[in-house]
Every structure is written in C-alpha cells, then in structure tokens.
Design a protein around this ligand. Structure first.
Ligand code: NAD
Ligand code: TYD
Length: 343
C-alpha cells in the first residue's frame, strides 16, 4: 500500500460508492473507513469489499477523539489523507430535530479536524453540499463565491462545518479542500431521499408523496461522478480552495417522479401531493466551471443513461431494499462481525 485514505461515513450512500471506486481505481491505497453506523450506515453496502486487505472498517464516532485516533492508528505508517463524508444528511430529519445535526456535522467535524491536525496528515477533503448557498430564483447558478445562506437545520450545520474547515486552513495552515455538490442519485442510497423513496414506493404500488406543487428544482448528479470529482480534488485540488460539483442537470421534482413511474410502467395516479416541507428551498443549480477549468473534471454520465441504470439497480436489489424497509439491515454488522468494533 502506498498511502492511506481515512474515509468518514463510508457505510453511507456516497461513502460506499467511494469505497468501491477506490477499490477499482486506486487498489494500492488503504481505505480506513470510520463510520458510526447510524440508521444511514449499512454494512451490506460494503459486502463487495468484505475480507479485502485494501479496506479496513472502524466502527466509531467522529465526535469521539479516541475513535478518530483509533482510525488514524489503523492507517499505520502510511501517509494519510482524509475524505470527510460522515454527516446527518436528511433535511426532513433536521426539521424534526436539529440537535443530531449540530452534534455530528459541527462538533464531529471539529473533533476530526483537531485529531487529524495533531497527527499531521497530508490533505483533508471536506465533502459539503450546495444547500449551504440557500435557494435560487428561476435564474442564475451557485458559484464558489455565492454568499452562504443556509435555510434548514441540515444546511446550517453543513455551513457551520464549512466555516470550521475554512478556519482550520486560515488559522493553522491545515491542508483542507472543500467540495459542494448538488443532489446525488444512484446505488445504495437510503430510501428516505427522493429518488430511492419513489422507486421503492412505486415498486410496492404505494403512494408517492410529492411536497407542495412538486416544482422545486434540483440539479441531479450521478453518484459515481461525484466520487470521481472528490478524487480529483483530493489528488489535484489547490489547498484552501472550494470546488462546486454539479451536472447542469436541473429538473423539477414532479418531472423526476413522472419519469420514474413511466420507466417502471406504473400509473401517475400513485402521485400524492402532500403538505410542503417547511422552509422548502425552491431551486438549486450549480456552476461547476471552476472544477472543470482547473482540474478537468466533468460528469461522465448523462441523466438519460444514469437514471435508467439507477432504476435497474434498485429493481435488482429487492432483498437489500426489503432489509432497509424492515430494519433488518441493522443486524447485518453484528451477524457478520460479531461484537468486534473493527472488520
Ligand atoms: P448518508 O446519510 O447516506 O451517510 C452518512 C454516513 O455517515 C452513514 O454511514 C452514517 O452511519 C455516518 N455517520 C453519521 N454520523 C456519524 C458519526 N457521528 N460518526 C461517524 N459516522 C457517522 O449521507 P450521504 O448522502 O452519503 O452524504 C455523504 C456526505 O455528502 C454528507 O456529508 C452530505 O452532507 C454530503 N452530500 C450529500 C449529497 C447527497 O445528495 N446525498 C449531496 C451533496 C453533499
Ligand atoms: P431530498 O432527496 O430529501 O434531498 P434535498 O432535500 O437535500 O434536496 O429531496 C429532494 C427534493 O424532493 C426536495 O425538493 C424535496 C422533495 N421531496 C418530495 O417531494 N417528496 C419526498 O418524499 C421527499 C423525500 C423529497
């Protein structure tokens, strides 16, 4: 192994896709995966790397210095870079209770920064979101210079973590890079987010809840493209910089839902308009020209390719989806790994 990546949140949606990408594209890098296995963490997402010497799982919490130190120790003598994805990530949950978001996204990020700074690491990529910029009208795009104006407890906690990362760079010269990406879709996404929820409900002929008028716009990016952008920033990004990541792929929610129903041969009568999300951001859209011009990254997948691929993937993963619906996925770690905290 030539270097170690300490990945936080690697049992979640984007994290598990990142683990698979590293296994394929950087097989000589050790991936140490620190994850608390909250409801959003699922070891089944990582079944493909079970037993691999290239992947090491550490069951731990980024809010606890001793857990972060355990993960850093697992990197051995290799040069270490950090990719920080662990977070509470769902806006609707943050509306019910903001506290876990402040705990992990704000406090956890500072604990991680401090422990990594004490250890002396090479690079720290902070994976953030376009939601920190707030909401757009029908015109314009978020650039890296757009003022942060978060509107939900989720996006406010992410914006706070962005500020802590920025401060670590300016105060301590800590080698950080920040990415802000638009909405992702693809394999292993927890079925509380729009795309997998609609796929799961449509499969079972259950109502598809569309918030408000369904005309809120998101800029959709296939998760593999996001992972490749993070890798580009990790390897070639300029320290202290922020990189927006997006696909110029805007659709109103209702159009996504109708496209899914049509692709699955299900009737639009399953669509159920429900009370709007409080403080619902109307439109997100990313200007990703900086990462294109400076690092040569642009999405490889078109929406026309990737949405059907995603629909097919979920159709082939009935057992995985069922486990998430019933909660059985939470037993998988204990069954596979016993009560040990590493695997
Ligand atoms: P996710 O909710 O699917 O996964 C989060 C992971 O973090 C889970 O495995 C969970 O167990 C772990 N985790 C939570 N709290 C932890 C803690 N205290 N210590 C250690 N691990 C903990 O999230 P995701 O959709 O994969 O998002 C990953 C990151 O990307 C987040 O930081 C999110 O803000 C950001 N992001 C997500 C999207 C998106 O569309 N999903 C878009 C842009 C940015
Ligand atoms: P979501 O996947 O939760 O991502 P985010 O809120 O971070 O953008 O939601 C995407 C969009 O879909 C958002 O505008 C809210 C909407 N939405 C629904 O209309 N119904 C739903 O059941 C969900 C989960 C989301």
């Amino acid at each position: 192994m030539t270097r170690a990546i300490l990945l936080t949140g690697g049992a979640g949606f984007i994290g598990s896709n990142f683990v698979h990408m590293l296994a394929e594209q950087r097989p000589d890098w050790l991936c140490v995966n620190l994850d608390a296995l909250t409801y959003a963490g699922n070891m089944q997402n990582l079944a493909m790397v079970e037993g691999s010497t290239q992947h090491r799982f550490i069951h731990g919490d980024i809010c606890k210095t001793e857990d972060v130190e355990r993960a850093l120790d697992a990197c051995g003598d290799l040069p270490i870079s950090v990719v920080h994805m662990a977070a509470e990530s769902h806006v609707d949950r943050s509306i019910i209770s903001g506290l876990p978001f402040v705990q992990t996204n704000v406090l956890g990020t500072q604990v991680l920064l401090d422990a990594c700074r004490a250890r002396g690491i090479e690079r720290f990529v902070h994976v953030s979101t376009d939601e920190v910029y707030g909401s757009l009208g029908s015109e314009g795009f978020f650039t890296e210079d757009t003022t942060l104006a978060p509107n939900s407890p989720y996006s406010a906690s992410k914006a706070a973590s962005d500020m802590l990362v920025r401060a670590a760079f300016h105060t301590h010269g800590f080698p950080v890079l920040t990415t802000r990406c638009s909405n992702n879709y693809g394999p292993w996404q927890f079925p509380e987010k729009l795309v997998p929820l609609m796929l799961a409900n449509a499969r079972e002929d259950k109502p598809l809840p569309v918030y408000g008028d369904g005309m809120q716009v998101r800029d959709w990016l296939y998760v593999e493209d996001h992972c490749e952008a993070i890798l580009a920033v990790l390897e070639r990004g300029e320290l202290g910089e922020v990189y927006n990541i997006g696909g110029h792929n805007e659709y109103p929610n209702i159009e996504i839902v109708k496209t899914i129903l049509a692709a699955m041969g299900k009737p639009e009568s399953l669509i159920t308009y429900v009370t709007d999300r409080p403080g619902h951001d109307r439109r997100y859209a990313i200007d990703a020209s900086k990462i294109d011009a400076t690092l040569g990254w642009r999405p490889r997948w078109t929406f026309e390719q990737a949405l059907p691929a995603t629909i097919e993937w979920y159709a082939s993963q009935v057992e995985w989806l069922q486990g998430l619906r019933t909660g059985a996925y939470r037993d998988y770690y204990a069954q596979q790994y016993g009560s040990d905290s590493e695997g």
